[in-house]
Design a protein around this ligand. Structure first.
Ligand SMILES: N[C@@H](CCC(=O)N[C@@H](CS)C(=O)NCC(=O)O)C(=O)O
Length: 200
């Protein structure tokens, strides 16, 4: 039995949950919902970084960092594969997944910045992050549209866009990219995305 520390709004944790579901492994996973910001002892014991997601394997190994967890899952449970077997498709999927990961991280950065007292906020930092978010959304639609099927690239992009909708609902990313909008609508009904959707 694996254990997954997660919080309902974390896009990184959602990525791991979706991957576990797409690999049909979720019946073997015990969910441990935590708020990492309250520094729960159980999470710190497993992962000194005190972050979600943290996956504790059946052997008791605690893995942090969503991409490391996906790497481990892919080597431990290769089927169904979430990565193309060979280049150039494999490289392309990883390139898209990396953009999606950055999109999540930059959106989280803005959320954290907004939580700071007004006197400590940096408009320069927020503007820099917003500009990059805009570029990534455009690039995902123009040249980095996830490949058919729903592997690490699609999972990452869907979780990143879902998190944009949750945290920056005023940001009109759909206007920037009709092709990305169409792709997102096409995958939205997948059971893994439905079951992991953040609370509204
Ligand atoms: N690089 C990590 C980022 C994980 C992360 O930032 N998780 C956030 C929740 S969205 C967290 O646990 N934050 C608590 C903290 O940083 O103290 C990953 O890909 O898993």
């Amino acid at each position: 039995m694996m254990k997954l520390f997660l919080s309902p709004t974390s896009p990184f944790a959602r990525k791991v949950k979706v991957a576990l579901m797409e690999k049909n492994l979720y019946p073997d996973v015990e969910e441990i919902p935590v708020d990492p910001w309250s520094s729960p002892a159980e999470l710190i014991r497993a992962n000194p970084l005190c972050q979600v997601p943290t996956l504790v394997t059946g052997e008791g190994l605690a893995l942090a960092n969503s991409d490391s967890i996906l790497d481990w899952l892919e080597s431990r449970f290769p089927e169904p594969a979430l990565r193309p077997a060979n280049d150039p498709d494999r490289g392309r999927a990883m390139a898209i997944a990396a953009q999606a990961h950055g999109l999540m991280q930059y959106t989280v950065d803005i959320v954290l910045e907004r939580r700071r007292p007004a006197s400590q906020r940096s408009a320069t930092f927020t503007d820099r992050r917003m500009a990059a978010i805009g570029r990534v959304v455009t690039a995902l639609g123009d040249r980095f549209l996830p490949t058919p099927g729903f592997g690490i690239d699609g999972i990452g992009v869907a979780c990143a866009l879902g998190y944009l909708d949750l945290r920056l609902p005023e940001y009109p990313w759909r206007e920037r990219s009709p092709s990305l909008t169409r792709w997102f609508s096409g995958v939205a009904s997948r059971p893994s995305l439905q079951a992991s959707a953040p609370p509204v």
